[in-house]
Design a protein around this ligand. Structure first.
Ligand code: CA
Length: 230
């Protein structure tokens, strides 16, 4: 059996041990890092299946680590779950903008953490129906789902896993309105904890990375988004 690697980035030894213990019990291979710099070098060396990332860390903080992970071509699509201080809205919103996949407020139950990790890994393996792996062509944009690659005017665009899947959802329903709920359930799965604004944050990112989408993705007030017919 292949053990999935989870990089635990946490400077509090007790929490680190607790998480490692529960993950090991569930058949994962935990990798530990206690500060931001160690986290990045461990991520680059080990290519973990998922990163569990505390925000308050010595050296580089969790948000800096997240930013570095998302801009590293080899790591950009690694799911990241942030551990946040309870009620810290600013960190949560910044984390969303930087492409975190989920948040777990402290204090947390390790069982819940493990359950969320499993859910995210299930989703990132791909939803049923993705097996055919289509290629979408929309004006100068080309998405190859099997290779997880997006090219605009022939140049590769680096997208996070969420941005990729949102774009895929829009491309596969071009000309039709997708509600925020529909996008959330397609991309995050049913019953996730993310808030509506998450979708807006990711759409904003897509528009920033691929500027013609500013116009091509239409905002449908109070409902969601629509990719104009190519
Ligand atoms: Ca900490």
């Amino acid at each position: 059996m292949i053990q999935r690697k989870v990089l635990i980035v946490e400077d509090e030894k007790e929490i680190q041990d607790l998480l490692a213990h529960y993950l090991r019990k569930e058949g994962f291979a935990p990798i530990l890092a206690a500060d931001g710099e160690a986290a990045l070098s461990a991520a680059r060396r080990e290519k973990p299946d998922l990163i569990l990332l505390d925000i308050l860390l010595p050296k580089a903080d969790g948000l800096e680590v997240l930013r570095a992970v998302r801009s590293d071509a080899d790591l950009a699509r690694t799911p990241v779950v942030m551990l946040t201080a309870k009620g810290d809205e600013t960190d949560r919103v910044i984390g969303l903008e930087l492409g975190a996949d989920d948040y777990i407020p402290k204090p947390f139950s390790p069982r819940e953490v493990v359950a969320r990790i499993k859910a995210i890994l299930r989703r990132s393996r791909g939803a049923p129906g993705e097996a055919e792996a289509p290629t979408f062509v929309y004006r100068d944009l080309r998405m190859d789902v099997a290779r997880h690659e997006v090219r605009y005017q022939g140049k590769t665009v680096s997208l996070t896993s969420k941005e990729f899947r949102i774009l895929q959802a829009l491309l596969s329903s071009a000309g039709r309105v997708l509600s925020r709920d529909a996008i959330l359930s397609k991309v995050w799965g049913e019953g996730t904890h993310v808030i509506d604004r998450t979708v807006d944050v990711h759409i904003a990112k897509l528009r920033q990375k691929i500027p013609f989408l500013v116009k091509a993705i239409e905002t449908v007030k109070d409902v969601g988004y629509k990719l104009r017919e190519g």
